[in-house]
Design a protein around this ligand. Structure first.
Ligand SMILES: *[C@@H]1O[C@H](CO)[C@@H](O)[C@H](O)[C@H]1NC(C)=O
Length: 176
């Protein structure tokens, strides 16, 4: 994939759509220069990966309202959000935001422990454990007040430093 990207970038005819994509990348990602393209494009790729990792790091947060809102800013307008264990799929930032906000309103004392996280130019994968107390109905099929420990695996699809798709594989149990 890297080789293909490098070949595309070093071809002046084919390089413009890729260069356009890269110029829309977040701050700190340098635009490609003609000549020396191979070296600068590999720097580009690692900058894109770093930006993707930073966006996902910022997306993991507590139940605090301001943090939930900041996390929603990291979605593209056409984001798709899935929680397969609960059979949920939402399309578009508004629909996703509604359910996401309701979900965090049912949690308190949220703590994430990241086990591993890695990224490519267009994906981030995260394997975490999240611990919280359930405060209401409508999120998990557990009694309000339950202390929950959830193994949570995410595949994020990334575009221009934002999350364009989030699939969260939720494996919950009540903690002792
Ligand atoms: C999210 O939406 C689904 C489907 O409409 C609903 O069953 C669920 O209760 C919502 N989640 C929360 C936490 O409200």
């Amino acid at each position: 994939m890297l080789c293909i990207a490098l070949r595309l970038l070093s071809n002046p005819v084919l390089s413009w759509p890729l260069a356009g994509m890269l110029s829309a990348a977040p701050e700190g990602v340098k635009k490609p220069t003609r000549g020396g393209a191979a070296v600068s494009s590999s720097i580009q790729n690692s900058n894109i990966i770093a930006a993707n990792l930073a966006a996902v790091e910022a997306h993991f947060h507590s139940e605090a309202t301001n943090e939930v809102e900041a996390a929603l800013d990291l979605y593209t307008d056409d984001v798709v959000w899935e929680a397969p264990a609960r059979g949920l799929r939402f399309e578009g930032k508004r629909a996703v935001a509604d359910n996401y906000t309701q979900m965090f309103a049912k949690m308190e004392d949220v703590e994430f422990e990241t086990l591993q996280r890695f990224a490519t130019e267009d994906r981030v994968v995260d394997d975490s454990v999240v611990r919280f107390r359930l405060t209401g109905e409508g999120y998990l099929p557990l009694s309000p007040g339950a202390q929950v420990e959830m193994r949570l695996v995410h595949i994020f699809e990334m575009r221009d430093g934002l999350i364009s798709k989030e699939i969260g594989y939720e494996m919950w149990r009540t903690a002792a």
